[in-house]
Structures are given as C-alpha cells and as structure tokens.
Design a protein around this ligand. Structure first.
Ligand SMILES: NC(=O)c1ccc[n+]([C@@H]2O[C@H](COP(=O)([O-])OP(=O)(O)OC[C@H]3O[C@@H](n4cnc5c(N)ncnc54)[C@H](OP(=O)(O)O)[C@@H]3O)[C@@H](O)[C@H]2O)c1
Length: 240
C-alpha cells in the first residue's frame, strides 16, 4: 500500500484503503522521517520536514485511532523521536513555511549558526514528543497507549549527508560508534511489544528505559495543547 506521509491527501487515501482491507490495527509505529531536508513547502503549504515528521503522522494516527480501539485488547502507538529534540528552538507562531524562513533568518542574524535543515529536524522531533504527551492525556481510559522512543545513533541512511561537508565528516567519524540497524530497532520494538509496558502511556524511552532528558516545552501542557490545535487546523482533522 502506498503512503507518502508528507501529503495529507496520501495519508487520507492510505487510511481509507487500510480500513477496507484490515478490520483492526494493533500496533502503529510512526517511524518515517526526513532529516536533512532544506526548508521547502509541501502541496498542503506545510514545511516539508514538519509535514513528514509530525503533521502527516498526527493525521494518520488520529484517523486510525478508531480502528485501534476496536481491537478489544490493548493497542499501541509508538512515535519515533530523537535525542536531538533537546536542542530544538521551536516557536509555534512560526511553523508555516514563510514564517519559518523568517524565524530561521532572525536566529541566524542573532549569531545562532544552526543549519536550517537541522533546526527543522530538531523542532519536528520536539513536536513528535509534544504530540505523544498530549495524545496520551486524550487517550486516558481507552485501550490505546502512546509512547515516544529515541533509538540512539543508528547507522542508517540518515547518517549519510553528502550535501554538507562538515556534517558528513562528523557522521563518518560517528559511524563506528553507531548501532547497527538490527540493534538500533530494539528500543522501538521494545515499546511496541514488551509486556513490561502494558498500560504504560505518555512516556519517552531511550535505550529500553524511560529517558528524562526532555525539552522543557514538552513538559508544558498548554504548549502541547496549542500544538494539538495547530495540527488539527493544518491537517483539517475535524473535516475528516
Ligand atoms: N539513524 C539515527 O541515528 C536516528 C537517530 C534518532 C532518531 N532516528 C529516527 O529513526 C527513524 C527512522 O530513521 P532511519 O534512521 O531509519 O532513517 P532512514 O534510513 O533515512 O529512513 C527513513 C525512512 O522514512 C521513510 N520516509 C521518508 N519520507 C517519507 C514519506 N514522505 N512518506 C513515507 N515514508 C517516508 C523513508 O522511506 P524511503 O525508503 O521510501 O525513502 C525511510 O524508510 C526516524 O524517525 C528518525 O528520525 C534515527
């Protein structure tokens, strides 16, 4: 089945076909992401990195929740986050492409030399965590749990970055210390499958244990609610 998670139409079409073919869903892992994508806009007028890493998975998850509740037993949503979210610099008033550019320019004027694609990735992963925490609050009392997991440094395509010489060099130096893919997916599988995590929801996990290194914004309930409202609007969730 085809799914371009950065396209709201593709997400909607995927969900429609999925619901026709499957009568239940036990585990949803939101793993797809882009890292070194320069600031650009999708057909829906969203920042590509935000659309792929947060808005698409937000819509997908919400549209599939009803199907997950049908299962009768506990079902799980696992959102794949990243350690790097702790250095995010997210302003929820500046997440449309035009405003994001303005924001990045102003940060760079203030001598914050972070590359825009890296900043967008970090911000998107903070959004994933905020979405996880808010969804967990909304799912209380239902048989669906949601947790976020960061897999550590894993030797995947995401570690290859031919576009930036220095980042590519750093990635190459880090590669010998990175986990292999089989090892790297264990924290994600742990969240999806471990019986130890029965009824556990709204947590952030690192190497199969709870990770408390959180960006302060993720702990701010009002901010999480604000992101939820923005995500609902941008994805036109309530029209679905
Ligand atoms: N590798 C690390 O060190 C590391 C560290 C922290 C977090 N993570 C997280 O781990 C997850 C997996 O990343 P990875 O390391 O395995 O990177 P990867 O090798 O680049 O894989 C990314 C995956 O996302 C898919 N994808 C990208 N855009 C998509 C779209 N619009 N629609 C559907 N699928 C799309 C890609 O599909 P195609 O193959 O079709 O392009 C690919 O399968 C990500 O959420 C990433 O942020 C990775």
């Amino acid at each position: 089945m085809k799914l371009d998670v950065s396209s709201l139409q593709s997400v909607r079409e995927f969900v429609k076909v999925f619901k026709e073919r499957a009568d239940r869903l036990d585990i949803l892992i939101n793993n797809a992401a882009v890292n070194a994508a320069p600031l650009s806009s999708t057909e829906d007028g969203l920042v590509l990195t935000y659309a792929t890493n947060h808005f698409g998975p937000f819509l997908l998850t919400n549209l599939l929740l009803e199907h997950m509740s049908k299962s009768g037993t506990e079902t799980r949503v696992v959102n794949v986050g990243s350690l790097s979210h702790v250095t995010a610099d997210l302003d929820l008033d500046y997440i449309t492409p035009h405003k994001a550019k303005h924001y990045i320019d102003s940060l760079q004027k203030n001598m914050i030399k972070k590359k825009d694609d890296l900043l967008l990735y970090q911000n998107s992963k903070l959004m994933v965590l905020m979405f996880t925490f808010e969804l967990a609050r909304r799912l209380k009392g239902r048989h669906v749990t949601v947790n976020c997991v960061q897999p550590g440094i894993v030797a995947t395509r995401m570690m290859e970055d031919e576009k930036h010489f220095f980042r590519n060099l750093i990635m190459k130096l880090l590669k010998p210390f990175a986990r292999g893919t089989e090892d790297g997916c264990q924290p994600i599988l742990h969240c999806a499958l471990s019986s130890d995590l029965y009824s556990v929801s709204g947590k952030y996990f690192g190497n199969c244990v709870e990770d408390h290194s959180l960006h302060p914004m993720a702990l701010d309930e009002q901010m999480c609610k604000q992101l939820w409202r923005i995500s609902e609007n941008f994805t036109r969730l309530t029209d679905s």
